[in-house]
Design a protein around this ligand. Sequence first.
Ligand SMILES: [Ca+2]
Ligand SMILES: [Ca+2]
Length: 224
Amino acid sequence: MTLPANLGTPGLPNSRRVPNGGPAIAEVSHAPVLPAAGQSVLVTCRLDDPDGIGGAVLNYRLDPSPSFTPLAMSDDGLGADRAAGDGVYSAAIPSQPAGTVAAFHILAADAAAPAVTNRFPLQPPPAQECLVRFGETVTAGAFGNYKLWLTASNLAYWTARDPFDDAFIDATFVSKDHRAIYNAGIRYAATGATWPPPPAPPAPSCARIPAAFRLPNVSWATTS
Ligand SMILES: [Ca+2]
Ligand SMILES: [Ca+2]
């Protein structure tokens, strides 16, 4: 085997190195997972940065409105935040009528000068958003209980596009009333061999779940 003369850059900085990275945003969640009509939603995340946290904002909109409302996220143990200084930042989306879909993302800046800001989800809206729908309930019975929430624009896009299109569409996947997985993907699983596909959304046949999550007994979901 012929070895290249240059086998890399041992001892040198990685090519993706940046002088200062923004805060790590982890454990993003909302509670309750299925808010009732008229119930506010607590959004929390864990933030960490060696420079400290300069500030965090929860931006939410009521779909399909494109206008975001900013809410300061705090770790002061006051208001929506349950414990001061634990690294978990909180803000509450106000209560909404049944059927309302709120879409949100988080921006967090470190305390360096100049500050560096990170976002969750990674891609800016409308490519990726976290969703929560008010007034949902769990259907009684022995079967698994799953929900897929899409924005109105993504649902319209999914309905109109070529059903053979295999690109995943951003969605929030909910397991019963205890787990919401943001930025799952949804598409038809149809191929030329399985044509025709299901008649219309919402009749998903294939979902993509981020690999960090595990869902037992869900045969139509893949990981990525
Ligand atoms: Ca930093
Ligand atoms: Ca806290």
